[in-house]
Design a binder for this molecule. Structure first.
Ligand code: FAD
Length: 368
């Protein structure tokens, strides 16, 4: 090695966590309050924003701080109506940025707008939905601000004054709690339906604080030329379904999986599936429930031939009522199902379909 190529003679860096700064610097101690990024698209707010608002309210009450909704959009978008809704779901005030370049989501202007808002108003916690938009925006805002972001959280808590954000790790076999101690804001994303929808109270109102975007169209590399809706989008509304009939590998083949569809049709339910089923090609990927699929919160979840592996469970165990059908009485799903049927799904599913059909027909005859 030549003299010039030698590494500089600095003190050896301690391995592991030793030496890491976990103290919040003085200038970040003024950061206060909790923000929820209110995601909207084509005139509709994504309900995950209201789910987060409910959660933010609980955290803020513990910290004794305010909750703010943050809205970015075009001048002709109903941002004021969304701000009123944000207050009805728990916000104390809203920050609004409107500009023609904010009409339709693009990463650059939204990142600039949100980071400028954060730098101006200094929230200590910022929550976003773990949606396509939220994931894209949260990552670039956290990177621009040089702060920590915990993605896909399943639980949010307060520990001392810090946000304790819990999420699955090691393939879902463990849960870890992550805290951003030395940076602000503390950022987290949460998937739709992980948190419960709060009650709406239209008597709650709050002020709107406006801020201008310091960016013009010519600063932005990406151009929005046209909007082409995804034809398959919204055809499967699993996350917000009230009733789901899900099938697992215990159904043995694609033909038997049709029994899940038969029961779902009679109940007016959506069809869900385990990853094993999706991998076998018996159901589309949008129907997968679990850690790498959708999180659901239906009133009724019927699981047939599903073992109840932790990666499936994390996506559905907030369901109000879980009914499991499995031949193996010691299958993990029976540990958390509310009702269990130990039996062959190929017999139980048609029996349930027939019984429900007869029940609904009787009801129709009675009311006719
Ligand atoms: P199996 O585990 O094979 O279970 C089949 C069940 O059917 C058994 O309990 C059996 O007793 C029962 N059975 C058999 N015959 C019958 C019958 N005739 N009638 C009734 N019951 C019967 N999985 C997900 O579902 N969603 C995810 O998002 C997901 N993400 C993952 C992410 C990672 C990183 C990893 C490593 C795994 C993930 N998995 C996920 C896979 C998960 O670990 C399980 O392998 C999967 O959920 C098992 O699917 P299953 O219950 O259909 O199949």
């Amino acid at each position: 090695m030549t003299e010039a190529a030698k590494p500089p003679a600095t003190a050896p860096r301690p391995a592991g966590r030793a030496g890491r700064n976990t103290e919040l610097p003085e200038h970040l101690k003024v950061y206060k309050g909790i923000w929820v990024f209110v995601e909207h698209d084509r005139g509709h707010v994504n309900p995950v924003s209201w789910e987060l608002m409910g959660e933010a309210r609980k955290l803020a009450d513990r910290l004794q701080v305010s909750v703010a909704g943050v809205l970015l959009g075009g001048p002709d978008e109903p941002l004021d109506a969304f701000a009123r809704e944000a207050c009805a779901y728990g916000a104390d005030l809203c920050y609004v940025m409107r500009d023609p370049v904010l009409k339709g989501y693009r990463n650059e202007p939204f990142t600039r707008g949100l980071t400028d808002l954060v730098n101006a108003h200094q929230p200590e916690i910022m929550l976003l939905g773990a949606t396509t938009m939220g994931r894209d925006l949260a990552g670039s805002v956290a990177t621009t601000l040089g702060t920590g972001l915990t993605a896909d959280c399943t639980e949010l808590n307060i520990d001392g004054r810090a946000l304790a954000a819990t999420r699955p790790t090691f393939g879902g076999s463990l849960l870890c709690t992550i805290m951003t101690l030395a940076f602000r804001p503390q950022m987290a994303t949460v998937r739709p339906r992980v948190m419960a929808m709060p009650r709406r109270d239209d008597s709650r109102t709050g002020p709107v604080v406006e801020m201008r975007l310091a960016m013009v169209e010519t600063d932005i590399v990406t151009k929005l030329l046209e909007f082409i809706p995804d034809a398959s989008r919204d055809t499967v509304n699993l996350a917000y379904a009230d009733v789901i009939v899900a099938g697992g590998k215990g159904l043995k083949n694609a033909d038997n999986f049709r029994l899940v569809w038969d029961l779902a049709r009679v109940l007016g339910a959506e069809v869900g599936a385990t990853r094993a089923v999706v991998q076998a090609g018996w159901a589309e990927a949008e129907r997968q429930v679990g850690q790498t699929g959708k999180t659901v919160r239906p009133k009724l979840y019927i699981a047939a031939g599903v073992s109840g592996a932790i990666q499936h469970r994390v996506g559905m165990d907030a369901s109000d009522v879980i009914v499991a059908i499995n031949t193996d009485a010691s299958a993990p799903i029976f540990d958390f199902a509310h009702y269990g049927i130990v039996g062959n799904a190929m017999q139980v599913l048609p029996a349930l379909t027939q019984a429900f059909r007869a029940h609904f027909e009787r009801r129709v005859r009675k009311t006719a």
